[in-house]
Design a protein around this ligand. Structure first.
Ligand code: SAJ
Length: 425
């Protein structure tokens, strides 16, 4: 029985390790540098929200360690580490390079490395393969095989799980691609699509997420335009979505966060620039989406102005830190950018997010409402959806800026409160 090791036990690697272990077809080993995460797993506690993982981890059957020696003797290495961007939006491949350096001592002739982390076309051919050869003396092909199978995990999605999400695979040779595909087919029920090259597989994930980013930018620009014209974009999108073909609705908001959508386009923009091509459209979409936190603050400033209240010194409550509803993830969150902008402009900012109690300045929703003259909803947590004009009125909140259009605008019609959404004129 082959030994398969998973490097990086986050929301991508842990479900993969669980699937390998559950299949009974591989000796599954997990490695992560985070000793706290390893301790939790060894205690039977799942560090991510995933019911299948929780069940497997509770049985304490997973072999995981923060000691790289656990990789000794493995033939297959799945690399599932983050690929973020630096502050200047340039790709940060350090975690991926570190992971490759950690597995290098354990790579023997015939080893198979499968990269699941999201990377731009060229990373395997131009960075990973030379690095492995440099560290091991092995040559791609004769010495080791490399494949790329971009992850498609959608945290919190009740329908699409690791078992049934179709996957694409590219590799350095057709034989390696077939070998990798066979492993995935042995542990997953989903369609596994073998592609011709590593670059093609690398490109699929990047364009999947760039596609989402440009579509969100499209509706965010429409929101600004329709707000100026007094047209309710959400109503317009509802009508456009009645078209049964050729239209895929996206929705405006206070910004685009997360570790995928606002990040992945920069990987393509950066690499294409090295080949002399400027993705002006992708860059513009990123500029539009990155402008939404400031747009949201501007809407607040105009509403305060209607009440002859300066932003400076006003008590502003921000509901939400997470980048999207009902998740405990704040990476690239627009909420954080809104909070920074408000503080820069001298507002007194109160923050509450039930998923981030230690980073909230208020102990609860009521405490925030008590302290605030105006409220910005920056994350569409279910916990905020019950908020009504009556509740805001009771706490003397005079302005509600609904950055995620998560409340029902019609409830505020005729109310003395000022309610503004994004694209909800
Ligand atoms: N957002 C909008 N308008 C939209 C959709 C999203 O402003 O119409 C914002 C969200 O509020 C959030 C950000 O964009 O701040 C990203 O939202 P997301 O729903 O795309 O959530 P993610 O980051 O979890 O994206 C993941 C991605 N999955 C993978 O990379 C494997 C993405 O490809 C999926 O399309 C997305 O989940 C999904 O569909 O849920």
């Amino acid at each position: 029985m082959e030994t398969a090791a998973v490097i990086g036990l986050g929301y991508v690697g842990l479900p993969l390790l669980a699937a390998l272990a559950k299949s009974g077809k591989y000796q599954a080993k997990g490695f992560d540098t985070d000793t706290q995460k390893i301790s939790l797993i060894n205690e039977g506690i799942c560090p991510i929200v995933d019911d299948e993982c929780e069940a497997i981890i509770a049985q304490k059957i997973l072999a995981v360690s923060a000691d790289p020696q656990i990789l000794n003797g493995a033939q297959v290495f799945f690399v599932c580490v983050p690929t973020p961007v630096h502050g200047d939006f340039s790709p940060d491949l350090d975690p991926l390079v570190s992971a490759i350096e950690q597995i290098a001592p354990f790579l023997t002739e015939g080893a198979l490395i499968i990269i699941e982390s999201t990377i731009n076309p060229g990373v395997c051919d131009e960075i990973i393969i030379p690095l492995i050869t440099e560290k091991t003396g092995l040559a791609a092909g004769s010495g080791f095989g490399i494949a790329h199978c971009p992850e498609r995990i959608n945290p919190g999605d009740p329908q699409w799980k690791i078992g049934n999400i179709p996957r694409n695979i590219g590799a350095n040779t057709p034989e390696v691609c077939r070998r990798a595909a066979e492993i995935y087919r042995a542990i997953l029920t989903a369609e596994i699509y073998e592609m011709a090259t590593l670059k093609e597989a690398e490109a699929t994930k990047i364009i999947e997420n760039a596609f989402r980013d440009i579509n969100i930018a499209f509706v965010n620009e429409l929101a600004k335009s329709f707000d100026a014209m007094g047209i309710d974009l959400i109503s317009v999108l509802k009508g456009a979505a009645k078209k049964p073909f050729g239209f895929l609705p996206h929705f405006p908001g206070c910004g685009v966060g997360g570790h995928c959508i606002p990040v992945d386009p920069y990987y393509l923009i950066n690499r294409a620039m090295q080949s002399g091509f400027d993705h002006k459209f992708l860059r513009l979409a990123r500029e539009i989406n990155n402008s939404m936190p400031a747009y949201t603050v501007e809407i607040l400033r105009e509403a305060l102005n209607d009440l002859a209240m300066p932003l400076k010194g006003s008590q502003i409550g921000v509901l939400g830190i997470a980048y999207k509803g009902n998740v405990a993830d704040k990476r690239e969150s627009p909420a954080l950018k809104i909070i920074d902008l408000l503080r820069e402009k001298g507002a007194v900012v109160h923050v509450f997010d039930p998923y981030f109690p230690t980073e909230s300045t208020c102990a609860g929703l009521e405490a925030l409402l008590e302290a605030s003259e105006a409220v910005v909803i920056a994350t569409e947590h279910d916990a905020f959806r019950a908020l009504s004009p009556e509740v805001f009125f009771r706490y003397n909140v005079r302005i509600v800026i609904d950055g995620k259009n998560s409340l029902r605008k019609e409830l505020f019609r005729g109310s003395p409160l000022i309610y503004r959404g994004i694209g909800r004129a």
